[in-house]
Design a binder for this molecule. Structure first.
Ligand code: ADP
Ligand code: ADP
Length: 234
């Protein structure tokens, strides 16, 4: 069975008279597959991400991850959004390590593994060019640096499912393309299932196995193209 199954999902905000953001959306993603979702702004891409990660229940239809219906926030997923949403009272390192506290809620085991977790978090921060900023607080970093830290936070617990909602949107073009390679290396090494929402068709084609196109609101997947091998060069 597919790792992620979205079946006939609809989402209406604010009751029967509200905005129909998604309608009749279905999608299967195999374990270890990397799919990209592109579509016009407002078509419901972020809504789809929120439904899959269990932040909201769909109005209609079901979302199944790893054989189980999603019914609440999904801790096996790593998430990153266009805005970095770091906790202001935590250092960059402690922000990146946050998902480890969620997947490892027992304090004693968390303490026992702290060293190896911390090495992993530091290695990720180095990979995205944030070495030396571990002890800083979010407000001390530029927006782009915060966004890079939030990508590290999404990756730190080696999630089996990675849900990325325009994670490179606010970065300059050079940083963005460097991070494509960081993400691609992580994917090749760990083979998580990835759903990447992006406005950038070049990014979608460079990174994914399959590009899905959504219609304007109410969003629905209306076309898909498999990315041929060998991959295009950037
Ligand atoms: P995209 O990510 O493709 O830009 P969204 O999923 O953010 O699209 O939004 C899809 C539609 O749902 C838009 O019309 C948007 O205005 C509406 N919408 C999104 N979030 C909410 C919300 N919390 N309450 C009401 N309407 C919303
Ligand atoms: P971006 O938002 O694309 O990361 P900025 O133009 O804000 O870039 O910053 C460019 C570079 O300046 C950063 O990549 C970083 O090397 C450096 N920088 C930005 N803010 C800080 C800071 N608070 N302390 C030290 N260096 C910083």
């Amino acid at each position: 069975a597919p790792f992620l199954q979205i079946d006939g999902v609809a989402m209406r905000y604010g009751g029967v008279e509200g905005t129909l953001a998604l309608s009749g959306t279905s999608l299967d993603v195999a374990e270890g597959e990397f799919v990209a979702v592109v579509g016009p702004s407002g078509c419901g891409k972020s809504t789809l991400m929120r439904l899959v990660t269990g932040l909201w229940p769909p109005t209609e239809g079901t979302v199944i991850v790893d054989g189980r219906e999603v019914a609440g926030p999904l801790s096996i997923a790593g998430m990153a959004f266009q805005n970095p949403t770091l906790l202001p009272w935590r250092s960059i390192l402690d922000n990146v390590m946050l998902p480890l506290e969620v997947v490892q809620p027992h304090r004693r085991e968390l303490r026992a593994k702290r060293g190896s977790y911390e090495r992993h978090a530091r290695a990720l921060l180095r990979l995205v060019g944030l070495e030396g900023f571990e002890a800083k607080f979010p407000w001390q970093l530029s927006g782009g640096m915060q966004q890079r830290a939030s990508l590290c936070r999404a990756l730190v617990h080696d999630p089996r499912l990675l849900m990325l909602d325009e994670p490179f949107g606010a970065l300059d073009v050079f940083t963005r393309e460097d991070l494509w390679d960081v993400l691609q290396d992580v994917w090749l090494a760990k083979k998580p299932t990835v759903v990447l929402v992006t406005h950038d068709l070049k990014e979608a084609v460079y990174l994914s196995d399959r590009v899905l196109i959504m219609s304007a609101r109410p969003g629905r997947i209306i076309a898909e193209r498999r990315v041929p091998y060998p991959r295009p060069r950037r």
